[in-house]
Design a protein around this ligand. Structure first.
Ligand code: CA
Length: 229
């Protein structure tokens, strides 16, 4: 049976676009342009996930999240505007499952949504190690092995590597990387990402001066090579 998604978003064009996109992806989608409407629908229907714009006209999205969590564990994916870093942190503390900064690619929203839903179904895909040729990234154990031998990274560097590897083949900007590797260093400068990346390269590249796993894309960011030996 199709999974039911509620989208609480007051921008009609964005809401309609997501409605259509997620509908084509096989979800049953409902829309709410106001927080009160969203809460009413959430009380009436068992949704599999809520996509929640934090900036709703009648209610703070964080407030809505808090009220929902008082009675329900429906997964929540927050949509946040640029510069709402504090809101993201508060939202995650309130029990939101993930967030996506606007603007975003619909397919990224779909990927995040699927991850949340899989996690909820208990399949825990995040627990399975990622394998790229001779490189194994064990997310559950926070362990990294090249040719079966353990490599050492700091916690933040490991998070960066996981963010890159989970998006293999896709160019990630430094900003997106910092968002994805959220945690200790939310206020890190862009440049510090480069330092961390060079440490990661020292650990996982055969020749860190000619990297083949983490590739620099000039003026854009980094991409983790999908095909590796
Ligand atoms: Ca809004």
């Amino acid at each position: 049976m199709a999974e039911r998604i509620l989208i609480a978003e007051d921008d009609p064009r964005l809401a309609e676009m997501l409605h259509e996109y997620l509908g084509q992806a096989g979800f049953r989608v409902s829309l709410a342009a106001r927080g009160a409407d969203a809460l009413e629908q959430l009380a009436a229907v068992e949704f599999d996930a809520l996509v929640l714009d934090l900036g709703l006209p009648d209610m703070d999205g964080l407030d809505l999240c808090r009220r929902l969590r008082a009675t329900s564990d429906t997964p929540v994916l927050m949509l946040t505007a640029r510069g709402e870093a504090t809101d993201r942190i508060v939202g995650l503390e309130l029990g939101a499952d993930d967030y996506l900064p606007k603007p975003f690619e619909p397919r990224e929203l779909l990927a995040r949504l699927r991850t949340i839903l899989r996690r909820r179904r208990g399949q825990l895909p995040l627990e399975r190690p990622l394998q790229f040729g001779r490189l194994e990234i064990d997310r559950a154990a926070h362990a990294l092995r090249l040719d079966g031998k353990p490599c050492t990274l700091t916690g933040y560097q490991f998070s960066l590597l996981v963010a890159l590897a989970e998006n293999a083949g896709r160019v990630l900007t430094r900003e997106t990387l910092m968002d994805l590797a959220k945690g200790e260093q939310l206020d890190a400068f862009d440049r510090s990402i480069d330092v961390h990346v060079s440490r990661i390269r020292a650990a996982i590249e055969d020749d860190p001066k000619a990297p083949r796993r983490i590739i620099t894309v000039r003026g854009a960011g980094y991409v983790f090579a999908r095909a590796q030996d």
